[in-house]
Design a protein around this ligand. Structure first.
Ligand code: 5GP
Length: 178
């Protein structure tokens, strides 16, 4: 299988994460911030973004799986791993790799909101353009990308390519069909 065009280079990602990290540092100064990474994809973003945040943050992770095909989210989400801790009264920032239909995040926001955090924000490295999605306030955005299937920097195809240091498009022929 061929990795297609590199959409975003490793250097561009690092520069963007530094911007996002600086903004988060400003906004949450003096607050007790808990970062929640959505596995598996967000583990790379989480690790690199967190190192650009100059605050004593804590980490937790959730793993979810979306019912549907390999490339299309259905909005019905199954929690495979829940948080290790309570978030009531905490300032929580969800870190996502990519927002496609937004259905996974919509579900997670609802699910976490009922646990009564002091605040609940969203950071996402990639946002796909040209997609109708429920209104989501993504407070810290990385890059807007075209509506194509991408891999790298945590994003997989059949479990592989998460370790690529850049984000690349996969040629259509190799994307699993629904
Ligand atoms: P959503 O619920 O926003 O449609 O889907 C979010 C999840 O779908 C992401 O966290 C990611 O796991 C997966 N996803 C969406 N678009 C892509 C893509 O272009 N490439 C890869 N590898 N995964 C994607």
């Amino acid at each position: 299988m061929n990795i297609g065009e590199v959409l975003i280079t490793a250097d561009e990602i690092d520069a963007k994460l530094k911007e996002m990290g600086d903004a988060i540092t400003e906004d949450y100064r003096g607050k007790d911030l808990l970062l929640i990474g959505i596995l598996k994809g967000a583990f790379v973003v989480m690790a690199d973004l967190a190192r650009h945040i100059d605050l004593p943050v804590e980490f937790d992770f959730m793993a979810v799986s979306s019912y549907g095909s390999a490339t299309k989210s259905s909005g019905v989400v199954r929690i495979l791993k829940d948080l290790d801790q309570e978030i009531e009264g905490r300032h929580v920032l969800i870190v996502e790799d990519i927002v496609d239909t937004g259905l996974t995040l919509q579900y997670l926001l609802k699910n976490l909101q009922v646990r009564k955090p002091a605040s609940l924000g969203l950071a996402a490295l990639l946002i796909k353009d040209g997609i109708e999605r429920p209104p989501l306030e993504i407070k810290y955005e990385g890059f807007h990308i075209p509506n194509k299937f991408v891999v790298g920097y945590g994003l997989d195809l059949d479990g592989k390519y998460r370790n690529l240091p850049y984000v690349a498009v996969v040629s259509d022929a190799t994307v699993p069909t629904p």
